[in-house]
Write a protein that binds this ligand. Structure first.
Ligand code: ATP
Ligand code: MG
Length: 201
C-alpha cells in the first residue's frame, strides 16, 4: 500500500502511529492448552524457550509495520472475505533455521485453510498491501532457540476446530513480543460470509 497516497495528512511534528500487525488463527482455550503441552514435550526433548500459552497462534498473513490509520482498511478487507470453518489436524512437529524455531504443523494442509490464506492474501494485495512472496507455510511456533530438532516428525493427532480468524498487534517490550488481538471474524458454515465480532473474544 502506498503510504503517501492513502494515509491521512499529518504534520511533520506528529509522526503517524505505526503498528506491527498480522492476521492469524487463534486457538480456543482447550487447543491452546494442548499446543502448549506439545511445546513442553518438545522443549523437554530439544531444549529452548517455550512459547507462552497465550501467545500460541498460526500466522495467516504478516503485514509488518503499518500506520494505525490503515487498520480500518485491513478490517474492511477481512470483513469482505468468504471462507469456511474447518478442522486443522496437527500431526507433525519440526524445526527450522537450525532449530531456532520448533513448530507443530500438518502433513496435509486442509483445502479450506489454503483457500482462507489465499483469499486473504489476494484481497490484501488488491487493497495495495505488500506481502512477502514466499508460499504460505502453515505452522504453530511452540519453542524458540532449541538446541536440536525433534527426532520424530510425527506426533499424536491434535484437532484444532477453526471457526474464526483474527487481526493481531505485535507489541515489542524488553521481554519479547506481546500479542494483542484487535478484531475477530467468524468463519461461515457452507461458505457463508464471515461475521465480525467486536473485541478480541
Ligand atoms: P520476535 O520477532 O520479537 O522474536 P515474534 O516473531 O513472535 O517475536 P513478530 O516478529 O511480530 O513476533 O511476528 C508475529 C508473527 O508473524 C509470528 O508468527 C511470526 O512468525 C510471523 N512473522 C514475522 N515476520 C514474518 C514475515 N516476514 N513473514 C511471515 N510471517 C512473519
Ligand atoms: Mg519475529
Amino acid at each position: 500500500m502506498n503510504e503517501g497516497s492513502s494515509a491521512a495528512p499529518r504534520s511533520a511534528s506528529m509522526p503517524a502511529e505505526r503498528m506491527r500487525v498480522f492476521f492469524a488463527l487463534w486457538p480456543d482455550a482447550a487447543t491452546a492448552a494442548a499446543l502448549h503441552a506439545r511445546g513442553r514435550t518438545l522443549r523437554a526433548e530439544c531444549g529452548g524457550r517455550l512459547m507462552r500459552r497465550e501467545t500460541v497462534h498460526m500466522t495467516l498473513a504478516f503485514l509488518g509495520d503499518v500506520p494505525a490509520s490503515w487498520l480500518a482498511v485491513l478490517e474492511e478487507v477481512a470483513g469482505a472475505l468468504h471462507a469456511e470453518r474447518f478442522v486443522l489436524e496437527l500431526d507433525r512437529v519440526g524445526g527450522w533455521h537450525g532449530h531456532r524455531v520448533l513448530w507443530a504443523g500438518c502433513e496435509t494442509v486442509p483445502a479450506a485453510l489454503q483457500a482462507l490464506a489465499a483469499e486473504l492474501g489476494a484481497r490484501l494485495h488488491a487493497a495495495g498491501f505488500e506481502l512477502e512472496a514466499r508460499a504460505f507455510n502453515p505452522h504453530v511456533t511452540l519453542v524458540r532457540n532449541a538446541l536440536r530438532s525433534p527426532r520424530q516428525a510425527e506426533t499424536p493427532l491434535l484437532r484444532w476446530p477453526v471457526a474464526s480468524f483474527v487481526l493481531v498487534a505485535s507489541e515489542r517490550s524488553a521481554d519479547g513480543a506481546h500479542y494483542r488481538v484487535l478484531e475477530r471474524w467468524s468463519l461461515g458454515e457452507g461458505g457463508a460470509a464471515p461475521v465480525r465480532s467486536r473485541g478480541p473474544n
